[in-house]
Design a protein around this ligand. Structure first.
Ligand code: SF4
Ligand code: SF4
Length: 83
């Protein structure tokens, strides 16, 4: 299984929740704080109940704000904390 690491730029996120709806691994949820633009940004969920990110990049493709970057391939550590 491919592995990936996703980074969400919470300063660009407008909280539209598209990435949450599209992530097949259910790794993304809404955060609990408000960003400087007044939105509640998406946040990576990282716990033992959630399967690893595959690096599929669906979240990045659907994001209208280009706020998501996905790294994948050899050397990507799926266990590394997402932030
Ligand atoms: S790259 Fe795929 S599996 Fe990883 S967080 Fe984005 S949509 Fe989910
Ligand atoms: S799709 Fe982009 S703008 Fe919408 S909640 Fe996800 S990161 Fe934020």
């Amino acid at each position: 299984m491919a592995s990936g690491k996703t980074i969400i730029d919470d300063t660009e996120c407008k909280g539209c929740e598209l990435c949450i709806a599209f992530c097949p691994r259910h790794r993304i949820g809404l955060g609990t704080t408000i960003n400087e633009k007044g939105y509640i940004p998406a946040k990576l969920i990282s716990n033992s109940d959630v399967k690893n990110c595959t690096g599929c990049a669906l979240c990045a493709v659907v994001c209208p704000e280009l706020a998501i970057t996905v790294f994948r391939g050899k050397g990507t550590d799926p266990e590394a904390p997402n932030d």
